[in-house]
Ligand binder design. Structure first.
Ligand SMILES: [Zn+2]
Ligand SMILES: [Zn+2]
Length: 177
């Protein structure tokens, strides 16, 4: 989503409030590890700090579809995140004080691209190992059945050690002969 900032650049201190929907539904992130399940609703303010430096503050919301890391079923994550960013004009030469959690995106001319900035925050919010439920049973290693939905009948119980037999482990069988 390109935003024209011509007027904003005319004077420092000017700001622009925007409520927009970016229609990137179906867009894939991180090689398909996540897919946008809704439009991205953006509610932000852009402020001209100085010499073309534009600060963005606000929030965005969207659904992200990811696959459960155990059973591979799709699940939807509702994201509602705060956003802090800086659009830096090309050839900006002054030092910029680093600030934690603030994304930086360069821009040229008189428009900025929101998506480049929001995208970075999406990447941070994709969970490493998403789960559809805390106790997801995963897939049967024998037949691939989703064990949350049905019991395929395969014996998947981990071997249970009978505590009464524990001591036998230490017996050296050959010495008994
Ligand atoms: Zn699952
Ligand atoms: Zn099975």
């Amino acid at each position: 989503m390109q935003i024209d900032v011509t007027e904003l650049l005319e004077e420092t201190g000017h700001s622009l409030h925007l409520e927009e929907e970016i229609d990137y539904k179906g867009h894939e992130l991180q090689d398909g590890r996540a897919v946008l399940g809704s439009v991205v609703s953006v509610d932000v303010t852009l402020t001209h700090l100085s010499e073309g430096l534009l600060e963005l503050t606000g929030t965005y919301a969207a659904d992200l579809i990811v696959s459960c890391s155990r059973c591979l079923q799709d699940l939807s994550l509702e994201l509602e995140e705060e956003l802090l960013g800086l659009f830096i004009p090309e050839n900006y030469e002054q030092d910029i004080e680093p600030r934690e959690g603030r994304y930086r995106v360069e821009y040229t001319g008189s428009s900025v691209e929101f998506w480049r900035l929001i995208r970075q925050d999406f990447l941070v919010n994709i969970p490493m190992r998403p789960l559809c439920q805390d106790d997801c049973q995963g897939l049967c290693p024998e037949c691939g059945a989703n064990l949350n939905q049905n019991d395929c009948g395969h014996d998947l119980q981990p071997e249970v050690t009978d505590p009464r037999l524990e001591g036998l482990k230490d017996i050296d069988i050959e010495s008994n002969q």
